[in-house]
Design a protein around this ligand. Structure first.
Ligand SMILES: Cc1ncc(COP(=O)(O)O)c(C=O)c1O
Length: 318
C-alpha cells in the first residue's frame, strides 16, 4: 500500500507523523504560500508524470518573495524533493503534491518581516477534483474576489483561501458545483480553485491577471495547446453577462484539469453539454499530461525509470 509522504524540517516522513506547533505563525495568520502539483499516472507505460514541475517551483519562489519568505533550496532541489516524495510513497495512481513555503516561527504578531521561514511538502493520491467528464454547474458568487492591494490573488497565499472557501461553500450549499467570483469592478475573476475561459465565436478569452486572477499554469498550458490547434486566444476583462451568452465555458486548474461549465446561474451554456472546443482541448490536455503526446513531453517529469512499454494511443485520436 502506498503511504502518503511529507517533507518537513528537512526530513522525509509519513504524512501522519508530520506535525507543526499549534502556534506556528502561518497557522495563526495564514502567512504562507502554496503550490499544487499533479502527478498523472499512465498505466500503459507504468509511469507517473509530474506536470510542469519547474514552473510550479518558480511560481512558489516568486510568491514567497511577495510574502518575504526566504527559501533555502534551489528550484532544482525543490523539484527533486517533489519527485523523491512521490517515488518514496510508490504511488501508482494520480497524485497531488502540496509544496508550502511558510512562516515557521512561533512568534506572536502579524507581520512578514523578521519571522523565520521554511518549506514543507506532502503528497497524497487524488483523483478527480471536479467532474471534468460530465461538466459542472456554476453560480456567480456574492463574495467578491480580494484585490491585489488587499491580499494578492496571484500569490496563492494560504490565508487568502478563506475568500475562495466562502465562495465555494455558498455555491455548494445553494446546489451548484462551483463558484465564479467577480472582482471589485464587477468583472469576472476566476473560480474558487480554477481559472475561467469563455469561448465566443471560436476565440478563447480569459480575464487578465490584473483582474485579480491567479496566473494559472493549466490555463497557460491550454492556451498553448489551443494555439497549436489553430485557435485564437485573448486575455481581456470579461463581463458577467458574457457568461450567459458565451458559446462555451470551461475552467482550468491543477486539481480541476479542464472542466466544462454546463450552466451559470442556471442559464445553460452550449445547451447544457460540454462544447466541442472544450472537449477537444480537454482530450488534448489529458494526452499531454499523461505522456501520450510526444509534442508536449517537455512539460513532464517521469518519476520512475522508464520501462520498454510502447507509447499509448492518444485520447484525442481515439
Ligand atoms: C484560485 C485559483 N485560481 C486558479 C487556479 C489554477 O491554477 P493552476 O492551473 O496553476 O493550478 C488555482 C489552482 O491552483 C486556484 O487556486
Amino acid at each position: 500500500m502506498p503511504t502518503p509522504m511529507a517533507f518537513l524540517n528537512g526530513n522525509y516522513l509519513p504524512l501522519e507523523d508530520a506535525k507543526i506547533p499549534i502556534n506556528t505563525h502561518a497557522f495563526m495568520y495564514g502567512t504562507a504560500v502554496f503550490e499544487g502539483v499533479r502527478g498523472n499516472w499512465n498505466a500503459d507505460q507504468g509511469q507517473l508524470y509530474l506536470f510542469r514541475l519547474a514552473d510550479h517551483m518558480r511560481r512558489l519562489r516568486q510568491n514567497a518573495k511577495i510574502l518575504r519568505i526566504g527559501i533555502s533550496y534551489t528550484d532544482e532541489q525543490l523539484a527533486e524533493i517533489v519527485s523523491n516524495l512521490v517515488h518514496r510513497a510508490d504511488f501508482r495512481e494520480d497524485v497531488y503534491i502540496r509544496p508550502i513555503a511558510y512562516k515557521s516561527d512561533t512568534v506572536i504578531g502579524p507581520r512578514v518581516h523578521n519571522v523565520a521561514d521554511d518549506v514543507l511538502f506532502f503528497a497524497i493520491p487524488l483523483g478527480n477534483y471536479l467532474d471534468s467528464e460530465a461538466g459542472i454547474t456554476c453560480c456567480v458568487s456574492s463574495w467578491r474576489r480580494v484585490d491585489d492591494n488587499m491580499i494578492p490573488a496571484r500569490a496563492k497565499v494560504n490565508g487568502l483561501y478563506v475568500n475562495n472557501s466562502l465562495a465555494k461553500t455558498e455555491a455548494q450549499l445553494n446546489g451548484f458545483d462551483e463558484a465564479i467570483l467577480l472582482n471589485q469592478d464587477g468583472h469576472v475573476s476566476e473560480g474558487s480553485g480554477e481559472n475561467i475561459v469563455i469561448i465566443r465565436n471560436g476565440k478563447l478569452i480569459t480575464p487578465p491577471p490584473a483582474d485579480n486572477v491567479l496566473e494559472g499554469i493549466t490555463m497557460e498550458t491550454v492556451f498553448a495547446v489551443a494555439r497549436d490547434l489553430g485557435y485564437e486566444v485573448e486575455a481581456r476583462s470579461v463581463d458577467r453577462t458574457e457568461l450567459y451568452i458565451a458559446d462555451e465555458i470551461f475552467m482550468t486548474g491543477t486539481a480541476a484539469h479542464v472542466t466544462p461549465v454546463l450552466s451559470v446561474d442556471r442559464v445553460p451554456v452550449a445547451e447544457g453539454k460540454p462544447g466541442p472546443i472544450s472537449t477537444l482541448l480537454q482530450r488534448t490536455y489529458f494526452d499531454a499530461i499523461t505522456g501520450r503526446n510526444p509534442r508536449y513531453m517537455q512539460w513532464l517529469t517521469p518519476v520512475y525509470t522508464p520501462s520498454a512499454v510502447p507509447p499509448s494511443t492518444p485520447l484525442a485520436t481515439r
